[in-house]
Design a protein around this ligand. Structure first.
Ligand code: C5P
Length: 291
């Protein structure tokens, strides 16, 4: 039986650690990463429709160019149903910032369409459908705190991080073909063996309330500070105003400092005056998607 319209939060992610071990033969890179969902979220609503429509409040992201379009077609093909749905997306997650916004929308759409079309596929099957859509989509189907290996799609659930507030900074603007460009800018000197990520995953820092951005590392930091126009300035301003150092998320340009609070957010907002960057005070979250 088909469900009525359903609204699903699509949570952003940050990387508490991100190492690149090396290049693979399939054009991807082997990574070791710890992914964490945060409570900054888009809203994806799926409703019955004739044919497929994808409407986003950021009109540049409406229609076939949205990853949600591919997610709907991929799921419909897999399940052998017609892709009939009207999908609307309210964006709050900055686009192409290293926060997994598009992937989060795709994951939420897969959950929503699974219910709308009465498929009742278990999440393990949605994960296998999600692999072809993007490296972060499998993780964002469940969220929480996860150790990622392979191209970021081999996932091991870790004990949940205690809810921690963090300051997320999104410098305005990104670059075209961002992720391949940033991977392409890495040199073997940037590679490491993944040991630091595995140590952090094993450590008490992830389970106790002692996780700080001081223990977070990201392989793209050097390249991102060189490549994103204006990032270096925003980074320095924030670093001077926060207790814990900035750590890049994904391939950037968004970065975070943790833990944080309102007083620090006010200081950072003042430091970012006359820049196009935005600072958000958000929390880690372990969503238990109803599946
Ligand atoms: O998987 P996703 O669509 O996010 O990847 C975009 C691009 O980023 C890939 O086509 C590839 O060039 C690069 N990438 C990579 N290694 C990864 C993930 C992404 O080289 N582990």
């Amino acid at each position: 039986m088909e469900a009525d319209s359903l609204s699903i939060p699509a949570y952003a992610k940050i990387n508490l650690s991100l190492e690149v071990i090396g290049r693979r033969d399939d054009g991807y890179h082997e990574v070791a990463t710890i992914l964490q969902t945060v409570d900054l979220a888009d809203t994806v609503t799926v409703a019955p429709g004739q044919g497929l429509t994808v409407e986003c409040d950021d009109t540049d992201l409406s229609g076939e160019r949205n990853i949600v379009w591919d997610a709907a077609l991929t799921l419909a093909k897999y399940a052998g149903v017609s892709p009939n749905a009207h999908i609307t997306i309210e964006k709050r997650i900055p686009v192409a910032a290293g926060l997994g916004g598009g992937s989060a929308d795709a994951a939420a759409a897969l959950h929503g369409l699974n219910a709308l079309w009465g498929l009742n596929l278990p999440v393990t099957e949605l994960v296998s459908v999600a692999g072809s859509l993007g490296s972060d989509v499998p993780f964002l189907l469940t969220g929480g705190t996860v150790l990622g290996a392979g191209r970021g799609d081999q996932l091991e659930q870790l004990p949940a991080v205690e809810t921690t507030r963090l300051l997320l900074v999104a410098p305005c603007g990104t670059i075209t073909r961002k992720t391949p460009t940033l991977y392409g800018a890495l040199t073997p000197d940037d590679y490491s063996d993944g040991e630091q990520t595995r140590r952090l995953a094993d450590s008490a820092a992830l389970t106790a309330a002692t996780l700080t951005s001081d223990s977070c590392r990201n392989v793209f930091t050097r390249a991102a500070l060189e490549i994103f126009p204006g990032l270096n300035d925003v980074w320095e301003r924030v670093a001077a105003a926060t207790e814990f150092p900035p750590c890049l998320s994904g391939a950037g340009p968004a970065f975070f400092c943790m833990p944080s609070d309102e007083t620090e957010q006010t200081k950072v907002a003042a430091a970012l005056q006359n820049t196009e960057a935005t600072a958000y005070l958000i929390r880690t979250i372990n969503p238990a998607h109803a599946v």
